[in-house]
Design a protein around this ligand. Structure first.
Ligand code: HEM
Length: 207
């Protein structure tokens, strides 16, 4: 299997997880309890040794193959959506290394339940939220931006009268809206979430 096919396959596996994961974060608009309940349900699917090993392998393969493709193809990239695909891919590689590393450290070193409160501690604590707000927003936008780039390469026909560029544009706009809605939910409608004492250690460490 060549590196492009490998990248596509690990991308498909990750997209299944990220779809569930972002749906979980979307449910925070109905409150922390709803988010926690959905995470409990979804963990039945992904929080087991087999699925998690597949997922973590997919993350490693995705980053490695993506960077390899970037260094071999970057001089041949043309057009807005192709450029968007490349640069959002670079951001996602950076984000996934830090994000998955932080989740694993939270779980195995700090021995915390990496639930809603772990995810939102940084987003709701000044001044580190100055880093976390763009860090998470760009990750969600980059995920959809990357999909918009792939769509513009693979799609060959109009859809409901929309050109391929318009279809890709809609995927990107959907990502920007999702990012705003999720950030609204994860910050309790921008009013701020009170973080339980068990997660105070994250503030001390600036995580
Ligand atoms: C909206 C901002 C986000 C927050 C607050 C967040 C938070 C979290 C939390 C709390 C976990 C641990 C889940 C658990 O213990 O069950 C997690 C895991 C993970 N997240 Fe995110 N996440 C966000 C966005 C993303 C995005 C955009 C991606 C991918 C592009 C992503 C990829 C992952 C991956 C791969 C894992 C590891 C799953 C595992 O092996 O257990 N996250 N995230």
């Amino acid at each position: 299997m060549n590196i492009k096919k490998l990248h596509f396959l690990s991308g498909l596996i990750l997209t299944l997880f990220i779809g569930m994961h972002l749906f979980n974060h979307f449910m925070s608009i109905f409150g922390a309890t709803t988010h926690l309940e959905w995470m409990d349900n979804l963990r039945v699917v992904y929080r087991n040794t087999v699925i998690e090993i597949i997922l973590l392998l997919a993350v490693c393969i995705q980053i490695f193959s993506g960077l390899k493709l970037f260094f071999s193809k970057r001089q041949y990239v043309e057009g807005f959506f192709h450029k968007l695909q490349i640069w959002t891919g670079i951001y996602l590689a950076f984000f996934l290394i830090i994000h998955v590393g932080a989740v694993m450290a939270g779980r195995f070193i700090l021995e915390l339940d990496t639930n809603f409160y772990f995810g939102v501690a940084g987003l709701n604590t000044f001044p580190i939220n100055i880093f976390f707000i763009p860090y998470y927003s760009f990750a969600i936008i980059s995920f959809f931006g990357h999909l918009a780039g792939i769509h513009s390469q693979k799609m060959k026909t109009k859809f409901f009268g929309l050109s391929i560029a318009q279809q890709s544009g809609l995927i990107l706009i959907f990502g920007i809206l999702m990012s705003l809605i999720i950030l609204y939910g994860l910050t309790n409608g921008f009013a701020g979430v009170e973080i339980p004492e068990a997660y105070e250690i994250l503030k001390e460490k600036g995580i």
